[in-house]
Design a protein. Structure first.
Length: 233
């Protein structure tokens, strides 16, 4: 079974991480498939917006522990080659010539946060949690660090890279359906992103809220009256 799925709907493509039994954890196969899919989507003139999402309870748990154990027996050159492939995949996502939107639910750990940071916009459910959990194993968030630092700033990155503490999507004052968590992709920090989402709708006919709510409902995590999303940019 493929580690990813691609759904096309008009000008919108949804790229699904499809290892729900492993919480969409990374291994070399998933990285290779993501990289190839991103290259193909970048070249597809019919696609105008890319959504990145994860099947199951979690967006992505980061690196697969079984893969990491296997890598422990690799040579330095082999591990460097694996890191280069991860870096190339993240660069393709970051430089994709279309708007990219991460739809985040549950856990986004380590490399999963890197994927979120490499997207232009991220939309998170209220149960979304983020962490650089590799720090607990004595590992540095290295390949993902340029994108994370650009997204959350150097000082916050230093804190979370060192502590591995979990943080949630910010801005939980009140219960708006959509709320900016900060950043420049959707305008000035703290401003509503309705204009940005309206532009994406015009590009592809996509309603951000409905897409993630539908997925969460399919996975059994969203009930009636719980369809509140917030935007993290």
């Amino acid at each position: 079974m493929s580690s990813i799925e691609i759904e096309r709907n008009g000008g919108r493509a949804t790229l699904w991480l499809n290892r729900p039994e492993r919480h969409n954890a990374f291994d070399d196969g998933l990285i290779a498939e993501l990289s190839a899919a991103l290259a193909a989507l970048a070249a597809d003139s019919a696609i105008r917006v890319l959504l990145l999402a994860g099947r199951g309870k979690s967006f992505s748990a980061g690196a697969d522990l079984a893969w990491m154990k296997h890598m422990a027996g690799n040579t330095a050159a082999e591990n460097e080659a694996d890191a280069q492939k991860m870096a190339e995949m993240l660069h393709r996502l970051d430089s994709l010539p279309k708007p990219t939107v991460a739809l985040v639910q549950g856990a986004a750990m380590g490399g999963g946060v890197g994927l979120v940071a490499a997207c232009d916009i991220a939309i998170a459910t209220e149960d979304a949690q983020f962490a650089f959990s590799e720090a607990r194993l004595g590992l540095t968030p290295a390949t993902i660090s340029p994108y994370v630092i650009a997204a959350i700033g150097p000082r916050a990155a230093r804190r979370y890279f060192l502590t591995a503490e979990r943080f949630e999507e910010p801005g939980r004052r009140g219960n708006p359906r959509l709320q900016v968590a900060g950043g420049a992709s959707a305008g000035a920090p703290g401003q509503p992103v309705s204009n940005t989402l309206e532009q994406l709708r015009r590009l592809s006919g996509w309603d951000a809220s409905d897409d993630l709510v539908d997925q969460r409902a399919q996975d059994g995590h969203v009930g009636a009256g719980e369809q509140r999303l917030r935007v993290r940019v």
